[in-house]
Design a protein around this ligand. Structure first.
Ligand code: TXE
Length: 502
């Protein structure tokens, strides 16, 4: 085993001394901390500040003051772009340290953590370029008026983020918000806060003014709920589970304030009989097993044409068994540990329920408690076949390395099965037939469709869902819609006409 060494820069961010509020590292008001566990060993290797409503109020106040002061909100967009570019550069410079921290915090393989960090820099670079490309509109309107429609930064933005791609999905939120000139208060998942606390410090060094990018760590019930229900938060953006998303939306409804939600899914990955089998099997495996399946767009429901079902299942099982489930810092690791004991129990419960309902466990399940699986939260790549649309496993998000396989016999049936879910985040289609592919893009009810591909989510194009997967979009120019508001200015070019003159 070749274990990635502790990179020199990691020590600086390993034991955070506080939240990052108003340009300073601030210890939590209550003085409490939360333990940070290495999911692959169960070792407590750090502590993070346990923020509460007081810390959140402090951060929101700092964000509001910085927004009103205009140091960022009214700065030249080109300046904002240069600062975001400098932050991207600093993240690239610290890439190995950040990847190492991400791996320890989340349990994902070091190779995948490195991809997250590179992706984070790419997100920042994209929004650095976009900062000067946010245009309003002008139009002549009746009465010889000039209508100017300005795009303005939306104000103070609250962001609540998950544990599966901590820094990467964090950047999906904070990069466009900063690009637009907003001030941000971000609450990372209490399970994985290290890299976002680090990013807030790096942002300060890169030139983001104090108070513009604040990170407050803490539990969802305490810091998260306080942020979601804070009356001075203009926009709230959330990525997480459906149950929490609903709570956040209730809090925001009481305030009558806009909200963006990305809530995961139960995404179908459809293999038609004419598909390139080798590629489709590789895509199905990558679609579900990347990041231990802890992926909102995981291709968790494989739909396979009956004629090729057995061949695809055999190929998938071979792939699943070949994945190297190793300690995540091992350079050879292709799958790490699940994020927590509670989550591992939940995943195991889903698999047990599926078997009880008639599914066949073809490979995988909880890892035997021996060797490097003795401690930590391990689950092997799992394939369940004979899964019927009536089964819970067909409908409920498992969020682990578990794929269900269901047969279909016609295109109509494939599309009907694909859409038979309350979610609508993503879908994959494997076919050599252009017409069939186009029909799927039109009829699949989801925010994302991959054709002969699965998983890439480049920042240039929007990401988000329909139905219970949420609304609003991360990424692309579309994210600017979340973090800006329109202001209409009507400028008269003619003398004012007195309505009461007669
Ligand atoms: O996420 P939570 P959990 C799905 C996945 C997973 C399930 C539960 O199926 O098994 O959700 O995961 C904060 N007010 N996804 O419970 O709770 C919390 O601190 C405000 C899909 O770990 O949704 C964290 O920062 N905030 C998903 C964030 O919400 C609250 C990624 C997300 O955690 C809060 C993660 C509250 N009352 C899980 N309670 C995706 N879309 O990718 C918690 N939080």
């Amino acid at each position: 085993m070749t274990t990635a060494p502790v990179p020199p820069g990691a020590a600086r961010f390993l034991r955070p001394r506080g939240h990052v509020i108003d340009g300073r590292v601030v210890p939590p008001i209550g003085g409490d901390t939360l333990p940070v566990e290495d999911p692959s060993t169960g070792e407590i290797f750090s502590h993070i500040p346990a923020g509460d409503a007081g810390d959140v109020a402090h951060a929101v106040q700092a964000a509001r003051a910085s927004f009103n002061a205009g140091t960022w909100s009214r700065a030249d967009p080109a300046h904002r772009g240069r600062v975001l570019w400098a932050l991207a550069r600093s993240i690239r410079d610290q890439a190995e340290a950040l990847a190492w921290l991400e791996t320890r915090d989340s349990g994902k393989p070091i190779a995948e953590a490195r991809a997250d960090i590179t992706g984070t820099a790419e997100i920042l670079e994209y929004y650095a370029g976009l900062a000067s490309q946010i245009f309003g509109q002008t139009t002549r309107v009746p009465g010889n008026n000039l209508g100017m429609v300005l795009r303005e930064p939306a104000g103070v933005v609250g962001q609540i983020t998950p544990w599966n791609f901590p820094l990467y999905v964090g950047a999906w939120k904070f990069a466009p918000a900063l690009c637009c000139g907003c001030s941000v208060v971000l609450k990372p998942s209490e399970l994985t806060s290290l890299t976002l606390l680090a990013a807030a410090e790096l942002a300060l060094a890169a030139g983001v003014p104090p108070g513009v990018f604040n990170v407050v760590s803490g539990t969802g019930a305490s810091a998260g709920a306080a942020l979601a229900s804070h009356p001075d938060v203009d926009i709230l953006a959330f990525t997480g589970g459906v149950v929490t998303g609903r709570k956040v939306l209730h809090a925001r409804a009481d305030l009558l304030r806009p909200t963006q939600l990305e809530l995961g899914g139960k995404s179908p990955n459809i293999i038609f009989a004419d598909a390139d089998r080798v590629q489709a099997i590789a895509g199905a495996a990558f679609g579900i097993f990347y990041n231990q399946g802890e992926n909102c767009n995981a291709g968790s429901r494989l739909l396979v044409h009956a004629d090729i079902h057995d061949e695809v299942v055999a190929g998938l099982i071979a792939r699943a068994r070949a994945i190297r489930v190793l300690p995540p810092l091992d350079e050879q690791s292709q799958m790490g540990a699940l994020v927590s004991a509670a989550h591992a129990r939940k995943v195991a419960g889903h698999v047990e329920a599926a078997i009880a309902e008639g599914a066949s466990l073809r490979c995988g399940g909880p890892a035997p408690r021996q060797g490097h699986f003795e401690r930590g939260h391990w689950f092997l790549p799992t394939v369940l076949t004979d899964v019927a649309p009536t089964h819970r496993a067909f409908h409920e998000e498992i969020f682990g390395p578990v794929i269900t396989v269901t047969k279909f016999s016609s295109d109509d049936e494939a599309i009907e099965l694909a859409n038979a879910t309350e979610f609508g985040l993503a879908a994959g289609v494997w076919t050599a037939d252009v017409k069939r592919a186009l029909r799927c893009t039109q009829e699949l009810r989801s925010g994302y469709v991959w054709i002969n591909n699965y998983n890439p989510t480049p920042v240039e194009v929007p990401f988000g869902g329909v139905k219970s997967s949420g609304f609003g979009r991360d990424c692309g120019p579309q994210a600017v819609d979340t973090y800006t508001t329109w202001k209409t200015v009507l400028w008269s070019l003619a003398p004012f006409e007195d309505w009461y003159k007669h």
